[in-house]
Design a protein. Structure first.
Length: 195
């Protein structure tokens, strides 16, 4: 399966794009709109269910075959969703979260050869990637200031973010975040070093 900006083609060279995509992207005219949107709700009824997705070599092969042979006219939506969610967890979330990649990576023993699953907490964590990224970037920037690095702040939005990830996914400080996250989101706004 090859990809462009939110578009994919399969072995029969049909190009697809997710339903609900912005009409501002004009590339690949004539791409077929998939019957699902680009979100976990459409794929698996929410990110909290990602712990049910089988991972590993056999799962990757299964997903590749499902996506390579997809034909909207004959393939059930459930097969499309199954192939996509397996690929998304292993390729996208596995790139962003070291802790998720370690669940199926051969670097963590023989996990690639076995069917494995992420934990419920890891599934819950995927929607906090941008917040963890912002907190880590701010933590790094404040390390250059007198007083050293600060996780969150005394008050303000970074403090709220830090408290929220602590209460929701048990990330208490930068070391906890660095243990699970691997690839950071580049902020579209300036990350201030104040409160």
């Amino acid at each position: 399966m090859s990809s462009g900006k939110n578009k994919t083609s399969n072995a029969s060279d049909h190009w697809y794009k997710f339903n609900g995509q912005s009409s501002s992207f004009k590339g690949l005219p004539g791409a077929t709109v998939l019957p699902i949107r680009q979100n976990y709700q459409d794929l698996i009824k929410g990110h909290a269910n990602l712990w049910k997705v089988p991972l590993g070599k056999k799962s990757a092969i299964h997903a590749t075959k499902q996506l390579a042979t997809y034909d909207r006219a004959v393939t059930p939506d459930s097969e499309l969703k199954d192939g996509l969610v397996r690929f998304v967890v292993m390729m996208c979330e596995g790139m962003r979260f070291r802790s998720i990649r370690d669940m199926f990576s051969s670097l963590s023993g023989n996990n690639w050869e076995e069917e494995t699953f992420i934990t419920e907490l890891q599934a819950k964590s995927v929607v906090y990637w941008s917040q963890l990224s912002m907190l880590l970037i701010r933590w790094e920037l404040t390390g250059r200031l007198p007083g050293g690095p600060k996780w969150g702040a005394v008050d303000g939005r970074y403090n709220s973010m830090a408290k929220h990830v602590q209460e929701t996914i048990n990330v208490n400080d930068a070391n906890d975040a660095l243990t699970i996250i691997d690839f950071l989101l580049r902020p579209t706004e300036e990350v201030d070093t104040g409160n």
